[in-house]
Design a protein around this ligand. Sequence first.
Ligand code: FES
Ligand SMILES: [Fe+2]
Length: 382
Amino acid sequence: MDRETELSLIREIIGLAEQKSTHLDMSVTHSPISRYASPERFEREMAMIFRRKPVVAAHSSELQGENAFVARNFMGLPLLLTRDAEGKAHAFLNVCRHRGAKLERDTAGCKRVFTCPYHAWSWTNQGQLRAVPQEAQGFPDLPRAERGLRRLPVAEAYGFIWIIANPEAAEMPDIDAWLSGLASDFDWMGLADHRIAVVETFEIKANWKVLVEGGLEAYHFRVAHKNTIAPHFPDNLMSYRQFGHHMRGVLPRNAMADLHSVPESDWQIRRDANLLYTLLPNIQMLVQQDHFMWFHFEPVSVDTTRFRMATTVPNSAPQNDEMEAHWRRNQKITVTALMEDFELGEEIQAGFASRGNPSHLFGRFEGALNRFNLAVEEMIAG
Ligand code: FES
Ligand SMILES: [Fe+2]
């Protein structure tokens, strides 16, 4: 984000605060509950979005150094992410090309060669078949080039490892183009120079979109978060802007409205607001004063979402017990507030079964929720 953008975002919030308003969309909209409750709709989202578009699979720091690897299930796929000796990232299926055993059982580590626990076929961390025991006798004329590990399109950019979660997919699109104008914001965040200080995973019984929606309005703060974060934020004040399918929201803290009496040269958006980037389809980045919260959504089924949340901190911050305790406290504060949202999300999801409420209403200050849902629908339509 350049300085002019930063100032214009702050000016917009000050203007809204002076008018005693928040950002308002043109009209109230309806959101049919089938978006969140229909298994058929969920399958279309998987096929057209989550298995077709770039998704964030890991932070770069999870593949730290030469020959690092991470093996994890993600989007129903057993993934093996590797970094080779030249530092290049690869994404494979963690499935043996002999008879399908799980190639790597450890969840992370450092290896040049992966050897299958069944018959000891082995592959390099660039995916080439390296050795087949008793090959000459058992597998004469083995077309070795065709027995490399199954590869997924992969890119490393802005501190993340992006994949297309589909071994049939051809090419990874250019990530700058995919970010639709948010590349300079992601550059500004400098996430490649960060590490994960604290990470937790939760399984939430709600559709992934119900959970994303929780971050797209400030209307609920005063009520749902009255005992936690609400006192730090003005009531129902936020602005947002779309970048392609993605979105940047600005959630000012109380101090921002008073900046009109402070010279612009002293304005700092990270000091006086939270920024929330919703990067479709599967991450949100909450920009806080000295760190980022990385929210990672992995839809499991129409009504279940695996949610991974990481306090992502600058490598330049001191690494000592005091700072680690500080990051753990931060993580706890965010988890506490998010669980207030997610408890509501689970109750909303449970309520769909009653079928008495065919659609939800988005008020004019909840316009970002409508835009988000329209973006998802555009992606489904291809
Ligand atoms: S299944 Fe992996 S070597 Fe046989
Ligand atoms: Fe919330």
